[in-house]
Design a protein around this ligand. Structure first.
Ligand SMILES: C[S@@+](CC[C@H](N)C(=O)[O-])C[C@H]1O[C@@H](n2cnc3c(N)ncnc32)[C@H](O)[C@@H]1O
Length: 207
């Protein structure tokens, strides 16, 4: 399988990501707590973490009582996730959300993608929204940057050469337009800001 530049990048930085596993767990717990009044995960049983990376969010979701599956195309990220999640009943699979994932329609109550969307091109993001919508019974959660910027994030995202700068400007309208353009992504999008530079984009999938 030919590796794209994102896979090469994430395979290379996976060990650094792994160092921040516990920090990330604390951050995810804090963000979920802040969003709790609008996003109550205790109502759900199963969740797919798209672009799970080294597995910190999988860990937190599992701690919250959810049955968790994580997918990521970067073997290096998954290798660390497998190590960090040893002993926990969490399924991990090497796969890209840009290809049809090997799950039947509406296989999960919720799908979530944390800090994946801003690294994809607009047409790839639409593919991701569509695929997550296909797989979700109740909610699609995009957890990603909002328009608050810090100099460090600006530098890192410039180095990553993803789509951060366009994403933060157009994220919400893009998700809404995905509905009107394609009639196949979401029937509603609600934005819940957490402190700092990230927001939950809480989307209701098309049936
Ligand atoms: C910035 S990292 C975020 C990792 C993790 N979600 C987190 O919040 O710590 C982006 C992740 O998205 C993954 N990714 C990139 N392209 C993807 C795709 N097409 N399908 C699924 N995951 C992808 C990368 O391999 C990487 O692990």
């Amino acid at each position: 399988m030919v590796k794209n530049s994102s896979e090469v990048l994430f395979n290379a930085i996976a060990p650094i990501y792994g160092i921040f596993f516990d920090y990330q767990r604390r951050q995810f717990n804090r963000s979920l707590e802040q969003a709790k009044t609008r996003l109550d995960l205790s109502k759900y049983q199963s969740i797919l973490d798209v672009g799970c990376g080294t597995g910190a969010l999988c860990f937190v979701l599992h701690e919250n009582g959810l049955s968790v599956t994580g997918i990521d195309p970067a073997a290096g990220m998954l290798k660390i996730a497998k190590r960090k999640l040893t002993g926990h009943n969490i399924s991990l699979l090497q796969a890209s959300v840009l290809e049809p994932l090997p799950f039947a329609d509406k296989s999960f109550d919720v799908t979530i993608a944390s800090f994946v969307a801003h690294g994809l091109k607009p047409d790839e993001r639409r593919k991701m929204y569509h695929e997550m919508s296909r797989l979700s019974r109740s909610k699609v959660l995009i957890y990603d940057y909002n328009q608050k910027r810090s100099p460090l994030t600006t530098l890192l995202e410039w180095l990553e050469q993803g789509d951060y700068f366009r994403f933060i400007k157009h994220a919400e309208s893009e998700m809404v337009n995905c509905l009107s353009d394609l009639k196949q992504c979401f029937s509603s999008v609600e934005v819940v800001h957490t402190t700092g530079q990230a927001s939950f984009y809480i989307c209701t999938p098309q049936n």
